[in-house]
Write a protein that binds this ligand. Sequence first.
Ligand SMILES: [Zn+2]
Ligand SMILES: [Zn+2]
Length: 509
Amino acid sequence: MNEILEIANKIRSENINICTRCLGRLFGKLGYGLDNTARGKTLCLMLSLQEGLTFSQDQDDRSTAINGIDTQQLNNLQDVLNSFALDGPMMAAAVKILGLDYRIDSKSSVRAKGSEQLEEQIRALIKPELIKHISLDTVDVALDLDEDTDHARSQSTEECSVCSGLFDELPNFVDLVCEAVKDYEFSDLLIGCKLDLDKTVYEDELWSSLGVSHPEPLKSEFNRELGKLVGSRLGKDVNFDTPDMTIVIDTRYDTVKLQVASLFIYGRYRKFVRDIPQTRWPCKQCWGKGCKKCDGTGKMYQTSVEEQIAQKVMEASGGKEHFFHGMGREDIGVLMLGNGRPFILEISVPVIRNLDLAKLQSEINTHASEKVEVLDLEFSNHRAVPVLKADKPSKTYLVNVKFEKKVDIGKLKEVISSLSGKIINQKTPTRVAHRRADLVRKRAVVDIELISSSSNGKSAEIEITSESGMYIKELINGDNGRTIPSLTSELDMVCTVQELDVLRINDKK
Ligand SMILES: [Zn+2]
Ligand SMILES: [Zn+2]
């Protein structure tokens, strides 16, 4: 620990202007329990003790050394021991200076080997009878031991060459941040900052010229201190992981940039119409700009499940944009019934986050009535999105099948039962071949059942539960032999899907 004092002495001998806080920060990652200002103050005290002491190599002569401490130093030492509850490295430094025999173990604890003896010795040192001749007047002002003075200068009234008084401006930055976020609702925050390049470069150079091994960067202390102050002013917690609000302050220009975390709302939707897609579909002609073909709307379809749900959420949250994450999707012409399809709606830059979801749900359902309905709304987060997207549950469909000619019901039942549990080989369907890789997918029919058939024997309703990713239309029509087996191949007649509905998504919920 002599190393610390050597470095501190070097600072003093080279006349580097440094404030107590920046001095402490040079050793910011050593030890526990002290903030950098207290650390710096302790160091100053150690230096002054060192200067005032007569060192004795002879352990028995230790008391001589102790007697060499003058009134003020004893006073200061007592102050340190009482106020700062000396942490390991500082204790070790004190011990070295006092010439006591003490070794500290690497985890820096005053309970380390030999520490009882040390504590005893130090206690003896500050016993009232030993200092009875001390007058209790001024503690050295130069050492700035006043706890309330955060920006104490160690030896000089000149500006600190490391921080240039940046920490003195903290109250102004707090005001600036509070003003910038005042319109937003959020529960926790994280502060980041942009500093003068000069400051960081100087700090780097100082570190290497002094050879410090455990410094804390200026930036990190500034962020932490500002975060604490803003957090306590606004009554918000600091969150390093997923803050609602990330605030980046540029200390060069006194500007504040906000990164407002998106709001995520989970729910399930049902869709009752056959002419709207799941998400916004930009016009193929103009890619959303608006043209003749799309009547200036920029969209292929006038609305979508996403828009039906998002409109009310956008109004309530004051958000900027919306993004829809569904657990798969159904084709435009397919209804989504039963327990509904899970989705997460993401709203970017929300002003209001604490939405009344029950009220919102009923507003959405009134607004989107006849077309879309939502249920089970709850707050979610960004991590849930990939989980939702990766979930591939089986699905249950109701298919209305049209037969080329009158079908024999007995034969139909036989074929249907033969397909139950079968693995179906599906080459990428012709209808999606332009956007999907051409390969063979193997998917199982989990269950298949004849629900009803028309009296003329030309159509039937079949309920099918299949593994995720099965192309149901192709399971029925065979896609010219690209799906094997299929209802068409097994019945040996052309079967086509007239209508298709999703009855259930068999996810865990
Ligand atoms: Zn400083
Ligand atoms: Zn267009």
